[in-house]
Design a protein around this ligand. Structure first.
Ligand code: PEP
Ligand code: MG
Length: 759
């Protein structure tokens, strides 16, 4: 290749000729034979060879310069020789003296002893090497960067050619051990459960069908338009901060924005288009190059950035290729385990819950709403699994074991067996819990605890019968709003509430009025109003929004009142911070009676009003509010995030503060005493109550009503039935007065000593 040629024109010359080869009606072998000649000529290289992966080995498929007898005879295992090393590591090699490289092996049948310099590039498909293309020279010299780049571009086109010709076994595509062998990845337990399935990316990778452009100018226009669209999207996301409510989101967005406008990036893509690639191939080509460069730098911060760039590059690819949908929109196969960086609750609800067996997130935290929604759907979730999208390929078999906090990727037979064994034990445990269905949750010394379930979807009410729970202690009405594409009108709301009440029969259902805003953003709500917030969890959400948008609240009040005609209606307000908010909300409900009556409809027999206690300030005014309350329910998810000033959706803080810390238990003990003195029933409906040890501690400080996720009813009931509450209440005040280093440790010890079954 002449020294003055640019990488672009070098690649362009080769690509133009390759384009003709690909379009020709000859067989695959003939095409490969022509390809090695074209590359050899264009690069003025004495040798050009193509090795393809077949039956786990890299087989010499075509060569110019080496002995033709070696074709289909020379085979190298992955990791063997220079070619095997390139494929295994998915890395380029550029050597002036091939024989002195430690991985060099000599294949006498090729006659390659004549050649000193060697450059080889992996042929990559779906991020795995499916072959290698190499060039060799007799004189010892290092190949120039532009030559390597040209070779890499050619390798991309070759990937298309050989896949199109069916020359490789796609499923046997090789990567490094880490990328193709069995791996165990650990994460944070978000929703307990086990699942077997195959990997599905929430935002699927784009498949590139054509790499060589017919019309370069057209490709350039396509990429320009895609850049414009992507930048608009990023602008929109940044200004609305709809990108999850996680604490880090601002940082992430800033980086996104920076990359989206990075001139170097768009220039490199443009150059790749100049070299004759399609818009898709150019984006991917640049991405591959960045990936390779980044791999050489082991800096965790840069790795994070890489992640962002990867995301953005995928976004650009999706736009340009028109492959925009998420896996939910495209329809799931049976037994899918969903992989994503993070998800919003509404995004998760879009999936078919019969096919969705599990979720694995790179981020995620215990009380984020997506976790709560998944729990309600009965879908196990493992969070904070690093690098999952790099290690796992679409369709890989997975065993998800949240109990162990692990996912087994491409499992071995022993992993399968161990999993199967645990599954059987799990089923046995569930059968034991099911057998306890009709036993009351009474402590050993006779305290009857009220155990209710949290729900939000129509089908959840069925869990009442399955678990034998006492009622629904928290019905999150916003779920209906989150699953809908449009604002649910009053009639639709009313139907849902009536169905739930019908299923519950004489068991109480506590309907919480909508808690939207925060990380429960509604796509159809006025965006500028709803999202222009830096701290949505502390923002315009729940009762704050509902009192202002009173049309929404009125419609809901009417729907609830109508649905509960002739029965008892329990209504609860979320995020009440000051007593007047409760008074206003209650008054708004009562103001609807007239409207109901005027339409000749019956009212509920009684309405019982309560509030969530989840904003700490309300605790300071509780004495003023208690006389007007029929019940109080502590939302420990929000309460703890506010008490500790720790974002419930921030993965970095996910494990930092313990629910069993003195601050929380003292706070709860105090409000429990106050409510008790005012004879107002108090319960807990946050996720905390669904964990056996936490539930034990809550009962220990006087809480006797818990509303928890249905799956926790069995374990919590088993705990209650083995608990001597008198003994616990005798020691708790002392522990809270002078707390030990670890209350959790002490409670665990006490449970073991006194035989409490905490699972
Ligand atoms: C809570 O905050 O504890 C609660 C139960 O409400 P949500 O999780 O829906 O915010
Ligand atoms: Mg809450």
């Amino acid at each position: 290749m002449p020294a003055h040629a640019s990488a672009t024109s070098a690649a362009r010359e080769i690509l133009t000729r390759l384009h003709d080869v690909m379009a020709a009606r000859t067989g695959a072998q003939a095409k490969l034979n022509r390809v090695v000649n074209i590359i050899g000529e264009a690069m003025a290289s004495e040798v050009c060879s193509i090795y393809l992966l077949r039956d786990g080995c890299l087989e010499l498929f075509a060569t110019r310069g080496l002995k033709q007898e070696a074709v289909h005879v020379t085979k190298l295992a992955l990791g063997e020789g220079l070619v095997g090393t390139i494929a295994e590591r998915v890395e380029t090699l550029n050597l002036d003296e091939a024989t002195s490289h430690r991985d060099f092996v000599y294949n006498p049948e090729t006659g390659e002893e004549l050649y000193h310099s060697f450059a080889g590039v992996p042929i990559v498909r779906r991020e795995r090497a499916v072959g290698v293309v190499s060039v060799q020279h007799s004189e010892p010299r290092r190949y120039a960067e532009i030559e390597i780049e040209a070779l890499q571009t050619v390798a991309m086109v070759l990937a298309e050619l050989i896949a199109g010709a069916g020359l490789i076994d796609e499923s046997a595509a090789a990567g490094s051990d880490r990328e193709s062998g069995p791996v165990r990845l650990d994460g944070l337990k978000l929703v307990e459960g086990m699942a077997r399935g195959h990997a599905v990316f929430h935002q699927p990778r784009v498949h590139i069908d054509h790499t060589v452009a017919e019309d370069t100018e057209l490709e350039r226009q396509r990429v320009y338009a895609a850049f414009r669209q992507m930048r608009e999207q990023i602008e929109r996301i940044t200004s609305q901060a709809e990108f999850g409510a996680a604490g880090e989101h601002l940082d992430v967005l800033a980086t996104y924005k920076m990359f989206a406008y990075d001139e170097g990036w768009s220039r490199r893509i443009n150059e790749a288009i100049d070299s004759g690639l399609t818009a898709e191939a150019a984006i991917e080509r640049v991405q591959q190059r960045t990936r390779m460069r980044m791999r050489e730098i082991s800096d965790p911060l840069l790795a994070d950035r890489m992640h962002d760039l990867e995301d953005l590059s995928n976004r650009l690819l999706r736009i340009v290729s028109g492959q925009l949908g998420t896996a939910a929109q495209m329809g799931l196969r049976q037994d899918s385990i969903l992989l994503a960086r993070n998800l919003g609750p509404a995004e998760l609800l879009e999936y078919d819950r019969r096919r969705l067996k599990g979720v694995i997130l790179e981020e995620g935290s215990l009380t984020a709403h997506v976790t709560i929604v998944a729990r309600a759907m009965g879908v196990p979730v493992l969070g904070r699994v690093r690098d999952i999208r790099r290690i796992v390929a679409e369709g890989d078999p997975l065993l998800l074991d949240v109990m162990q906090g692990a996912v087994f990727v491409r499992p071995t037979a022993p992993m399968e067996e161990a999993f199967e064994g645990k599954l059987v034990i799990g089923q046995k445990r569930r059968a034991e819990f099911a057998a306890m269905r009709d036993l009351p949750p009474v402590t050993k010394d006779g305290t009857r605890v009220t155990l209710m379930i949290n729900a939000g979807l129509r089908d959840d009410a069925a869990a009442l019968d399955v678990t034998g729970a006492d009622g629904i202690g928290l019905f999150r009405t916003e779920f209906q709003f989150l699953v809908s594409a449009t604002m649910p009108q009053r009639e639709r709301q009313q139907r849902l509430y009536r169905d739930v009440l019908d299923t519950a029969g004489d068991r109480p259902v506590i309907f919480r009025t909508v808690d939207i805003g925060g990380d429960k953003a509604l796509p159809y709500m006025n965006q500028s109003e709803a999202h222009a917030e830096e701290n949505p969890a502390l923002g315009w959400r729940a009762i704050r929004l509902a009192l202002e948008r009173d049309g929404l609240m009125k419609a809901q009040a009417r729907a609830l009142i109508e649905a509960a005609a002739g029965r008892t209606l329990h209504v609860m307000f979320p995020m009440v911070s000051e007593p007047w908010e409760y008074d206003e909300a209650r008054a708004l409900f009562e103001a609807q009676f007239e409207w109901i009556r005027s339409r000749g409809k019956p009212l509920p027999m009684t309405i019982r009003y309560g509030t969530m206690l989840e904003v700490p300030a309300l605790a300071e005014s509780l004495d003023l509010l208690l006389p007007n309350l029929d019940f109080l329910s502590v939302g420990t998810n929000d309460l703890t995030q506010f008490l500790f000033a720790a974002d419930r959706a921030n993965p970095k803080l996910a494990e930092r503060y313990d629910w069993l810390s003195p601050a929380i238990l003292r706070f709860l003990a105090r409000v429990t005493r106050e409510a008790g003195a005012a004879r107002v029933p108090i319960g807990v409906c946050g996720e905390m109550g669904g964990r056996t040890l936490e539930a034990m501690a809550l009962i220990g400080i006087g809480i006797e009503r818990l509303s928890i996720t249905p799956a926790a009813i069995g374990p919590v009931k088993a705990m209650i039935r083995t608990l001597d509450v008198g003994a616990l209440r005798a020691v708790m005040p002392g522990w809270l007065a002078t707390p030990p280093r670890s209350l959790r440790g002490l409670l665990t010890e006490w449970a073991a000593k006194t035989g409490v079954n905490i699972g």
